[in-house]
Design a protein around this ligand. Structure first.
Ligand code: FNR
Length: 351
């Protein structure tokens, strides 16, 4: 059941299109006519999880746990290694239950022995399970995902969510590697991010709405189930750009990973200018791999990095620290949301 769900998620995710806005269209980075920089002065590298990345990009959690996806994970891991970017695994729950599928995850570390590899389990897992998931791939960190809307959209999904914060606190305090609390496309508010901080966790992946939509995916998988009278909730969640800013507005010393609808170099640059340290991309990379193959996947990642250099040069930012200081002008529905939440958006435009 769990294993066949892996294949369903890939098929339904690939059929899913971005219907909601992640908010990037509401953000403009300030153009710089006189950057006083050459192309080769631009340094896209960054530090993440105590290692150097060539660019602040993460191939975010997707798959593993079924023999048929081993080659997908191999290709994703090779792309991450070749480009020098980070990669996260899909949920390793299946391999904890059936050790025979552990290879579908281990292949990522085999192909990428020195890079940043991030384990993944639900935030409801036990400390011992988190330890096993980390050891399985000698992970540099573990993402513990929170996905209430997805669970509720699955007839077989969890219905019990009490005690998650205490569980996360125990894991974060005992595990030898950092814990990242990660959404799966529904975003985070500053209240949520503050609660996470209280557990001792120092990295959040806000994975906001506007990209892959797990309510739509699960409803597609269970189209036999009668939709209820709750109304259309396929637009549920907090868009990615708003989630980044909500996280920044906590003013807590957290590393923010931006994901959910990050589609271009421009989106990556905007995420960093708003305060994110790294940007995660899932479905588009899987799509390129499945439709066009491994070489095109590598090309896709290369183009993201070249595009980021161009945007940094046009902003006059020689490195990612300078990119974080580029004024970001927030308009449209995103600015309306932030205003009614009492957030001062002028400070993002007037750095
Ligand atoms: C996912 N995602 C995901 N996240 C997670 O924490 N554990 C998981 O096992 C999975 N599985 C998974 C499978 C597939 C096929 C996709 C496309 C995605 C969610 C993913 O990491 C990310 O948060 C969202 O997909 C939003 O990013 P994109 O796809 O809009 O770039």
């Amino acid at each position: 059941m769990r294993q066949s769900r892996k294949i369903d998620h890939i098929n339904f995710a690939l059929a899913n299109v971005d219907k909601q806005a992640a908010g990037f269209a509401d953000v403009k980075l300030l153009h710089c006519s006189l950057p006083e920089l050459n192309w080769h002065d631009i340094d896209t590298s960054c530090q993440f999880l105590s290692k150097k990345l060539s660019a602040p990009i993460l191939i975010n959690a997707m798959t593993g746990g079924h023999p048929a996806v081993t080659e997908i994970n191999r290709s994703l891991a090779k792309a991450a290694r070749q480009a020098g970017i980070a990669i996260a695994l899909g949920s390793q729950r299946a391999a904890l239950e059936d050790i025979s599928v552990a290879n579908t995850f281990k292949v990522v570390r085999e192909e990428n022995p020195d890079g940043v590899v991030i384990a993944n389990l639900s935030a409801g897992c036990s400390l011992a399970e988190a330890q096993r998931a980390v050891e399985m791939v000698q992970a540099d960190a573990i993402q513990l995902h929170v996905n209430v809307p997805q669970e509720l959209a699955m007839p077989e999904g969890d219905r019990e969510f009490k005690g998650i914060l205490a569980n996360v606190a125990e894991i974060a305090n005992q595990l030898p590697v950092p814990v990242i609390i990660k959404e799966v496309g529904f975003g985070m508010s500053r209240e949520t991010v503050s609660q996470i901080y209280q557990t001792g966790v120092r990295i959040v992946d806000i994975s906001g709405s506007g990209g892959t939509n797990f309510i739509a995916i699960e409803e597609g998988r269970h189209n036999d189930c009668v939709t209820d009278y709750a109304g259309d909730i396929s637009d549920w969640g907090i868009p990615t750009v708003i989630s980044i800013i909500e996280a920044m507005e906590t003013d807590l010393p957290l590393v923010v990973v931006a994901s959910g609808g990050v589609r271009s170099s421009h989106d990556i640059a905007k995420s960093l200018a708003l305060g994110a340290r790294v940007a995660g991309i899932s479905r588009p990379l899987l799509q390129t791999l499945m439709d066009k193959g491994e070489e095109q996947l590598n090309q896709h990642v290369r183009q993201l990095i070249i595009g980021l250099r161009k945007i940094m040069l046009m902003c006059g930012a020689a490195n990612v620290a300078e990119l974080a200081n580029v004024p970001a002008i927030i308009t449209g529905q995103t600015s309306q949301w932030l205003r009614v939440r009492g957030i001062d958006i002028n400070k993002y435009a007037q750095k």
